[in-house]
Design a binder for this molecule. Sequence first.
Ligand SMILES: C[S@@+](CC[C@H](N)C(=O)[O-])C[C@H]1O[C@@H](n2cnc3c(N)ncnc32)[C@H](O)[C@@H]1O
Length: 267
Amino acid sequence: MSAHTPPNPHDLPRDPNGDEAPSASPENPETETSSTENEAGDGAVLHRRRIRSFVTRAGRVSTGQRRALDDLSPRFMLPFEGAPLDWTTAFGRTGARVLEIGFGMGATTAEIAARRPDDDFLGIEVHEPGVGALLKLIGEQALDNIRIIQHDAVEVVEQMLPEGCLDGIHIYFPDPWHKARHHKRRLIQPAFVATLVSRLKPGGYLHLATDWENYAEQMLDVLSANPSLQNTAADYAPRPDYRPITKFERRGLALGHGVWDLLFKRI
Ligand SMILES: C[S@@+](CC[C@H](N)C(=O)[O-])C[C@H]1O[C@@H](n2cnc3c(N)ncnc32)[C@H](O)[C@@H]1O
């Protein structure tokens, strides 16, 4: 595929509903750029190629999701800011602090938050229908321990989460980016994992799950190589009780597909 050929839909990230992402932006994921002022601060703008773990998808927002976005955003959404997040103010209390990256439609997030009412969950997602869907669940289930930021999680972690502030991190079924030339877009890379680990308190945990074997192997390699992490299992971990089995995970399991959980702790 040349640099200007749209990607094959089978190589695009899976839709949070469990399908491939047919509505993915036609922009080529290889050529995303961002603009920043140069270091001299003289106003000249540098166009720097950024590799992102997601593509911008239009995605239809349903009427119920739109209503939830309109009604509940002021209470449960936090703005992206280039300054440390004040968790106590954001949640109105001090509970254990858990970050979730890429919550999709939020069903797992809501279920875990309901099962663990004493813990506070910060969910990050870029896809607007997913944000609306989680807000809708928050409203329906009267959940008070979830806050949402709609932004690239890499920037949220780098700019809003200080070192040692988290008790746990959840990343469930991150986009597998099947083709080898797109593996650089996978979230679980040594540098980003090092950043994530630095945000954990000693004893804090990093919990990943994937249904793509090649990505599971990469996850195991990357996490095992981080000197500040200790595996809680010999290799892959049993699914902890708090993580529910999702609809499409159940479908995959019925077809004989595997699912791999990884549960590591910060030393
Ligand atoms: C395959 S879906 C999985 C969703 C969900 N965790 C689940 O298990 O159903 C991956 C999600 O991660 C989101 N995502 C990928 N990279 C992201 C990033 N850097 N920041 C925020 N969200 C991201 C995508 O928009 C997508 O909704």
